[in-house]
Design a protein around this ligand. Structure first.
Ligand code: HSE
Length: 436
């Protein structure tokens, strides 16, 4: 039986999971693939920590260059993370004719076009199922299973840390800081949790999915990003009263000539499937013109779910190697000449319903001044709610609007915030229904 030689760079959580699967499931994988996946080397500066794996002598080494320069190695697995040395190693591997599997969403979102170019040049495969949604096969779904569809819209819960925090705040009424600390202890937050809670990790993943769904270049720069650090238990409670759940969503829509791509907290109907995605779980709904809505759900992080996706990619490449093909699957879902540069619609041009909360002085005429400004800006109010005077004399005035343009909403909010009767920065959360 043919042996495919594999080298892993980085033996942290995901690298360890990949090594475990390759060692412990070698017979199962060999029987399914028809070739033996042989873990030749794992490179990590730390070769002493007990990872619960019985490596053969000489497998775990501190020298990544030795792995990259080993002519016998067919596939490099990059599980270092980040955009520094990982980029250097991936480029080196691709340029030297080795196939690469990576789970590194930050790297792909920032330098994906360059890496895809290097892979094409060397005619090798670059696979990244684990980069987005952990074990959910969303890359494969977009590139292969849904190929017959024009993708109209994708809405994803793509960051387990944020979903865990929001679920905990919603169920237990606990503070943002307490929930974040627990997410970090459970190990699915990024080394720098800013990337999670401020929405950048979700944006990395959306940039990758957008490219595959719409046949466009990876474009992280133009994705509008807002995080969840300003979400309060009060807004979560108001959302519930209106029949909504707050989630951090990665949203993209296929307009004519442009796409929408944005990450922000949003209220979604509590009856919608995505609102039932709880804890650190991930999910994405994909609307195709032939399929209607499809939903994928699964563990978006964690050692074994992520490793499962990495090994799935290794198996794909191994099958290509056995059958003598390279780049059977175009990396971004269509041949290079068909990958287009599609502009992302500036967020000020989107239209959506809104939730506003104003901390207003409880005195005559305030509501009419607020609604006057909204009316002047062309924003139609659907629901107004005022409840619970505070000790400082302010009351939360909560409004749900009909669809309005973002530019108009921002203009109105600026004017309302400047009123003497408004005592705090207005809160604005977009509402994402199935029909917008
Ligand atoms: N920090 C990420 C998350 C890990 O919380 O979802 C998986 O990409």
């Amino acid at each position: 039986m043919k042996s495919i030689e594999i080298g892993i760079l980085g033996c942290g959580i995901v690298g360890t999971g990949v090594a475990k699967i390759l060692i412990e499931k070698q017979d199962l994988l060999a029987s399914r693939i028809g070739a033996r996946l042989h873990l030749k080397h794992v490179a990590d500066l730390d070769t002493t920590t007990d990872r619960g794996i019985d490596f053969d002598d000489g497998v775990l080494i501190p020298d990544a260059e030795a792995v990259l320069n080993d002519p016998e190695i067919d596939i490099i697995v990059e599980t270092i993370g980040g955009k520094g040395i990982a980029k250097e190693f991936v480029l080196k591997a691709l340029k030297s004719g080795k196939h690469v599997v990576t789970a590194n969403k930050a790297l792909l979102a920032s330098f994906g076009n360059e890496l895809v170019g290097a892979a094409r040049e060397s005619q090798v495969d670059l696979a990244f199922e684990a980069s987005t949604g952990g074990c959910m096969p969303v890359i494969k779904a977009l590139r292969e299973s849904l190929v017959a569809n024009r993708i109209e819209r994708m809405v994803g819960i793509l960051n387990g840390t944020c979903n865990f925090i929001l679920t905990k705040m919603s169920k237990e009424g606990c503070s943002f800081d307490k929930a974040l600390k627990e997410a970090q202890e459970l190990g699915f937050a990024e080394a720098d949790p800013f990337l999670d809670v401020e929405g950048h990790d979700s944006a990395h993943k959306l940039a990758i999915l957008g490219a595959l769904a719409y046949g466009m270049e990876i474009n992280l720069e133009d994705i509008h990003v807002e995080g969840i650090s300003k979400i309060t238990p009060m807004d979560i409670e108001f959302a519930k009263e209106f029949g909504y759940t707050i989630k951090l969503l990665a949203i993209s829509k296929n307009n004519t000539g442009t796409v929408e791509a944005r990450v922000h907290p949003a209220m979604i109907p509590s009856s919608s499937p995505l609102s039932h995605v709880e804890g650190s779980m991930n999910a994405v709904t994909i609307d195709g013109d032939a399929t209607g809505q499809t939903m994928l759900y699964g563990h978006g992080a964690g050692m074994m779910p992520t490793a499962s996706a990495v090994v799935g990619d290794i198996a794909d490449i191994a099958r290509n190697i056995i059958s003598g093909t390279r780049q059977r699957m175009p990396i971004l879902g269509c041949p290079e000449s068909n990958v287009r540069t599609i502009p992302i619609l500036p967020v000020k041009e989107i239209s959506t319903p809104y939730y506003f909360r104003f901390e207003a002085a409880d005195e005559p005429g305030v509501l009419s001044r607020i609604s006057g400004i909204l009316g002047d800006c062309g924003i139609s109010i659907k629901i107004v709610h005022q409840k619970g005077r505070r000790s400082n004399g302010s009351v939360p005035v909560v409004m749900i609007t009909h669809h309005a343009r973002e530019e108009s909403a921002q203009k109105a909010l600026k004017q309302i915030a400047a009123l003497d009767a408004i005592m705090d920065e207005p809160v604005v959360i977009r509402i994402e229904n199935n029909d917008n």
